[in-house]
Design a protein around this ligand. Structure first.
Ligand SMILES: Nc1ncnc2c1ncn2[C@@H]1O[C@H](COP(=O)(O)OP(=O)(O)O)[C@@H](O)[C@H]1O
Ligand SMILES: [Mg+2]
Length: 360
């Protein structure tokens, strides 16, 4: 059984579909991120799941029961979901304890149960020493833990988070995403997590739905999203990449200035005619001397640009054919501007990408 099932979910404002026929099914206990740039429809999707917005088209089901359709909608307070917003909005006039206990009080649980569950939750998020403090006496990370504790203590069927870490500084963001994942592994709550930060989505998710202009371009586990991006948009949004054009020719694919056996590429089923391929800067190596190589393509050229980033050298390689590629290299591999070099490509990391459905 699917825990949460979005089918053809669509929201139009005037005639524009800001969420456009999204299909997404979450298994019980799964953690799925909606990842995409600002304005691609993430918050609108999440608010439809929560029941704050009704769809123009399509349905939302939980446990095979209809929650939302254009004709009828279960109100948010009867969905048994918790939502955490970017501005975590914990109540300033309540202590940490009162904030976390709030949902249990609203559900009229017996007093001793409220005290027990609230204290348990506070110790899980390591706020038990701070239970009498007010929010203005807490750091940003502590406030965010209060918001998490308050959302989780009521044992929601689905937890919804909308860019919950974007108000925190970079170090704290990394710590808190670990915390959110730890809480998820402890409670196994079905979770939909919205973010525009690709590394956050990679680190925290079981699966990622990459959104582009109201559509889901790709839904997959983080490794596949990175290694075999389906569209040009996904390839470019998840990390950096190079796009090259190739055309199948018998058993090989011809690229500009080199060719590769079809069977050694990272994708199969390449159609006739010109296609776009993605190859990551990490999938190539540059050498000052020509490397001995039997199988992988080696292309002569020059260093056309270089930037030292501490952890890596970032080179622009310019082939004699005119092809230009960005390559990253170890800090020890220092090459001079205009120096003749050889580029070796790992063909298994060359993958074909399609146009996004939203751009079709
Ligand atoms: N109430 C509304 N009326 C009209 N347009 C809206 C409304 N809410 C959101 N939008 C538009 O829908 C698009 C998607 O918004 P949103 O879901 O907030 O994106 P995201 O959360 O991915 O940044 C944006 O272009 C936004 O301007
Ligand atoms: Mg948003």
């Amino acid at each position: 059984m699917q825990k949460l099932n979005l089918k053809g979910l669509t929201k139009r404002y005037a005639s524009t579909a800001v969420v456009d026929h999204i299909d997404l099914a979450l298994q019980e206990g799964e953690f799925v991120s909606l990842l995409g740039p600002s304005g691609c429809g993430k918050t609108t999707t999440l608010r439809m799941i929560a029941g704050f917005i009704d769809p123009s088209e399509g349905t939302i089901e939980m446990n095979d029961r209809l929650l939302s359709s254009p004709a009828a909608s279960v109100p948010p307070e009867r969905r048994n979901m918790s939502m955490i917003f970017q501005s975590y909005a914990i109540w300033p006039n309540m202590t940490v304890f009162e904030n976390v206990a709030f949902g249990l009080r609203a559900r009229r649980r017996p007093r001793d149960e409220i005290v027990r569950r609230t204290n348990e939750m506070l110790s899980i998020v390591r706020l038990d020493q701070l239970s009498d403090r007010y929010p203005n006496e807490l750091s940003g990370g502590q406030q965010q833990r209060v918001a998490l504790a308050r959302a989780i203590v009521v044992k929601p069927e689905v937890l919804l988070l909308d860019e919950p870490l974007s108000n925190l500084d970079a170090n704290l963001r990394e710590e808190m995403r670990g915390e959110i994942r730890r809480l998820h592994d402890e409670f196994r709550m079905t979770t939909v997590y919205v973010t525009h930060d690709q590394s956050e989505a990679m680190a925290i998710s079981d699966r990622i739905a990459v959104m582009n202009k109201g559509k889901v371009d790709q839904l997959d586990v983080p490794v596949n999203i990175y290694r075999t991006p389906k569209t040009r948009f996904v390839a470019g949004f998840i990390g950096r990449t190079n796009f090259i054009e190739g055309r199948p020719n018998g058993d090989v694919v011809d690229f500009t200035g080199f060719n590769v056996a079809k069977s050694s590429l990272g994708t199969t089923g390449i159609p006739a005619g010109v296609s776009t391929f993605s190859v990551r800067p990490q999938s190539m190596e540059v050498f000052a001397a020509q490397p001995a190589e039997a199988t992988r393509p080696v292309i002569p050229g020059k260093i056309a640009n270089r930037t030292f980033l501490g952890e890596t050298w970032d080179y622009t390689f310019a082939a004699e054919s005119g092809l230009r590629l960005r390559v990253v290299s170890s800090p020890a591999n220092a090459l001079e501007m205009h120096q003749p070099v050889w580029l070796r490509i790992d063909p298994s990391q060359i993958v074909r990408v399609e146009d996004s459905p939203a751009n079709a």
